[in-house]
Design a protein around this ligand. Structure first.
Ligand code: ATP
Ligand code: MG
Length: 265
C-alpha cells in the first residue's frame, strides 16, 4: 500500500498522513512515513518528540550525500551528474523510529528551480522516492501543498493519491486541479477526503464538486488542542476526527487490498 497525501496548503494533509500511518501500523503493517514537504512537520503528527528530530537534516539538504551519489555538487549549476544514482541503502540509513514501529524519513523538497528543475538534488529525491514507493514496505507520503509536485512526477509510483480538501471553493479548486493532473499522469486511484467539515451542507458541497469522495473528517477542536499541547492527535484522548480517520483507514485497506488481491489472481 503506497499512498501519497496531497491538497491545498493547510487543509489537513499532515494531520491525516501522520494519524493514518500510526493507525495502519497498529493494524500490523510495516509503515514508512515520508515527509516530502519543505516545511516539514509530519514528525509531530506521528508523535515523534521534537528533540529526536532537532538535528535531522532532510535528504533534500544533504549536500555531501547528494554530491557523493550523483557525482555533482548541488551548488554547481550546469555540471554533469548521474541520472540514476544508487540509493538502495538510503531508506535504512535515513529512517528514524516513530511510535507503533512506524519508520519516519525526513525527505523534504528542493524549493528553488520550479517544477522542471533537473538538478542533482531533485534527481536524487525522485530516484529515492521511486525506490521507496516500489519497495516492500507500506508507504505514506505527506506531499508539499499545491500542484507543483505532480508536475515533477513525484506521486507517479504510488498506488493511490489522496487529495484532501476543505469545503471552500479555493481548496476544492486545488483538489480538482490535482485530481485532473494525477489522472493525466496515469494514476488511476485518486480519492478525495473532506476535512474540517462542519455541516451536512459542507459535506454535500464537497461531493457536488469532486468525485470519489472516500470519507469526511469533521471539524474537531481536539485536533488543535492536541497540536497546542505538542501531542500527536492519535496520542490525545479519542475524538470525532480520530474516529473518522479510523473509518477512512478501513476503507482504504478494503480498496487497496482488494485491488492487490485482484492483481495477484
Ligand atoms: N479535522 C480537523 N478539525 C480541526 N482542525 C484541524 C482538522 N484537521 C486539521 N486541523 C488543523 O488545521 C491546521 C492545518 O493542518 P495540517 O498541518 O495537518 O495541514 P496541512 O495540509 O498539512 O498544512 P500545510 O499545507 O501547511 O502542510 C492545523 O492547525 C491542524 O490542527
Ligand atoms: Mg503539512
Amino acid at each position: 500500500m503506497k499512498i501519497c497525501v496531497s491538497g491545498k496548503g493547510g487543509v489537513g494533509k499532515t494531520t491525516f498522513a501522520g494519524t493514518l500511518a500510526r493507525l495502519l501500523a497498529r493494524d500490523g503493517m510495516d509503515i514508512i512515513a515520508i515527509d516530502a514537504d519543505p516545511d516539514y512537520n509530519l514528525h509531530s503528527t506521528l508523535g515523534i518528540k521534537e528533540e529526536k528530530i532537532r538535528d535531522l537534516v532532510p535528504l533534500a539538504e544533504m549536500r555531501d550525500l547528494i554530491e557523493e551519489r550523483t557525482g555533482a555538487s548541488p551548488d554547481v549549476y550546469g555540471s554533469m551528474f548521474k541520472l540514476n544514482p544508487n540509493v538502495s541503502d538510503l531508506p535504512q540509513k535515513l529512517w528514524v523510529d516513530a511510535p507503533d514501529d512506524v519508520k519516519f524519513i525526513l525527505m523534504g523538497t528542493v524549493k528553488k528551480g520550479g517544477s522542471g528543475c533537473t538538478c542533482p538534488a531533485n534527481v536524487l529525491l525522485k530516484v529515492f522516492l521511486k525506490q521507496v514507493l516500489m519497495g516492500d514496505h507500506d508507504v505514506i507520503v505527506d506531499m508539499e501543498a499545491g500542484i507543483e509536485h505532480l508536475g515533477r512526477g513525484t506521486a507517479k509510483h504510488a498506488d493511490a493519491l489522496i487529495v484532501m480538501t476543505e469545503a471552500t471553493p479555493n481548496s476544492i479548486e486545488t483538489a480538482q486541479k490535482i485530481t485532473n493532473l494525477a489522472r493525466d499522469l496515469g494514476l488511476e486511484k485518486v480519492y478525495v477526503i473532506g476535512n474540517k467539515v462542519t455541516s451536512i451542507d459542507e459535506e454535500r458541497f464537497i461531493s457536488e464538486h469532486l468525485d470519489n469522495v472516500l470519507g469526511i473528517i469533521p471539524f474537531d477542536h481536539r485536533v488543535r488542542e492536541a497540536e497546542m499541547n505538542g501531542v500527536a492527535l492519535i496520542d490525545f484522548p479519542t475524538s470525532r476526527a480520530i474516529e473518522a480517520i479510523s473509518k477512512i483507514k478501513d476503507r482504504i485497506k478494503e480498496i487497496l487490498c482488494e485491488r492487490s488481491r485482484i492483481q495477484d489472481r
